[in-house]
Design a protein around this ligand. Structure first.
Ligand code: HEM
Length: 408
């Protein structure tokens, strides 16, 4: 059994066929090559991502990247910043609480006007010629500008963020390589390359944060510098880690949601026609896009003890991949899961995860999609994807488009 490789749009269909086969025949599967476990059914995926007592979020990959980079750059000690997505309780809650107020529905609601304005500006710039690359011209810049403004980093540095996101997504490591020991990773050029991208991002945020220390502003970087956990300010490395997580998690994922929405509407013209007639269905259509074409393929956890799922026992200290995209097509949970149904209720998808690590940015990305899509659909009637030029992001973490040419 091999995990399908993903480079073309057709490959993603094969991926979904593979999920179906795995849910039926090998719902909890050990990949002998990488020694990683894979979980495909909705109930099992839900257990893996929510049961933090038995499945830890602490990451080895990050530590190993740091170790590899430290080896290639002996001039200074490796950074030790931690990130909430890779923390367990009780620390996780303390750190997460530092940013939740910026993402409450009330706080997000205030950004609606700005999101509409950015969408309009991007459309005006891109739509002049009758065609555009939707990914590059709208889906990428929109969430990037929004999260950059929230954090307080200059929007003019967007090309830099794009280089980092591309650099991190263009990951050529197999699961087997990722889960080798730090010792074995020392000379892995791909890990060293990733380490350099992390270093560049970290240096950038360090400069920005030093500026905010001298001159605080009304932005998330300044708020994080003032925040305290147990009466102590965060270390510079932890603050940098928080900022890089928010910047990265805050843009490429939503880029994928917007791109996947356009793909789904192109493939389902009846749904699109219904949306033109009943624009109030947009929020429910967004939920269906999240389920049907989940922007995040899979999440990773490590077992803290032996665990049995679907009758199969996973040992302690094993890496487990929970395939969100497969869970979201499980017929045990969703009626006719292969049908794209913009009126689907209930729709308890796990595209944003579940439990204590549930996506902090969910209200933001839902709002961005709900505000931007009606403007886009109204101003680009007869929208069609030119599939000959479409290109997916590589890798097995995110499912979205790097290029999505459209005509209208
Ligand atoms: C966590 C998906 C947008 C920030 C997560 C998780 C998923 C996810 C699946 C759970 C990770 C886990 O359990 O290990 C998505 C999708 C998005 C999106 C599909 C867009 C469609 C955003 C945005 C932000 C964001 C706009 C804004 C800053 C975060 C953060 C976490 C997270 C900080 C970590 C939460 C924690 O560990 O407690 N996201 N995300 N995400 N997301 Fe998102």
């Amino acid at each position: 059994m091999m995990i399908p490789t993903l480079s073309t749009v057709e490959d993603s269909q094969k991926m979904y066929q593979w999920f179906e086969q795995m849910r039926q025949t090998l719902p909890v599967w050990l990949d002998e090559e990488s020694k990683c476990w894979h979980v495909f059914r909705y109930d099992d995926v839900n257990t893996v991502i929510t049961d933090y007592q038995r499945f830890s979020s602490e990451r080895r990959i990050q530590r190993e990247v740091i170790a590899a980079t430290a080896h290639s750059n002996n001039e200074r000690p490796p950074r030790t910043g931690r990130s909430i997505i890779a923390m367990d309780p009780p620390q996780h809650r303390q750190y997460r609480n530092l940013v939740t107020s910026a993402f409450t529905p009330r706080a997000i609601d205030k950004l609606r006007g700005r999101v509409a304005q950015i969408t309009q500006e991007l459309l005006d710039k891109a739509a002049a010629g009758g065609g555009m690359d939707f990914a590059n011209d709208i889906a990428y810049p929109l969430p990037t500008i929004v999260i950059a403004e929230m954090l307080g980093v200059p929007v003019s540095d967007r090309p830099l963020f794009q280089t980092w996101a591309d650099g991190l997504l263009r990951r050529q490591l197999s699961d087997a390589e990722v889960f080798r020991s730090a010792e074995e990773q020392r000379n892995n050029p791909e890990l060293q390359r990733l380490g350099r991208v992390f270093e560049e991002m970290s240096d950038y945020f360090e400069r920005m944060l030093e500026e905010r220390k001298r001159e605080p502003r009304d932005d998330m970087m300044s708020a994080l510098l003032q925040a305290e956990v147990d009466g102590q300010h965060l270390s510079m490395d932890d603050t940098i880690s928080f900022c890089t997580l928010l910047l990265l998690a805050g843009h490429v994922t939503t880029t994928n949601l917007l791109g996947q929405a356009i793909r789904c509407f192109d493939e389902h013209p009846d749904a699109l026609a219904q949306l033109y007639k009943e624009p109030e269905l947009i929020p429910s259509a967004v939920e269906e896009v999240l389920r049907y074409a989940s922007p995040v393929w899979r999440l990773i956890r490590t077992t803290k003890e032996e665990v049995t799922l679907s009758g199969i026992t996973i040992p302690k200290d094993a890496a487990v991949f929970a395939w969100l995209a497969s869970a979201n097509r499980d017929p045990q949970q969703f009626t006719a899961p292969e049908r794209f149904d913009i009126t689907r209720t209930p729709n308890k998808h796990v595209a944003f995860g579940h439990g204590i690590h549930f996506c902090i940015g969910a209200p933001l990305s839902r709002m961005e999609a709900a505000v931007a899509l009606p403007i886009i659909l109204k101003q680009l009637p007869n929208l069609h994807v030119d599939w000959s030029g479409a290109q997916l992001f590589e890798g097995r973490f995110l499912f979205g488009f790097k290029h999505l040419p459209i005509t209208f």
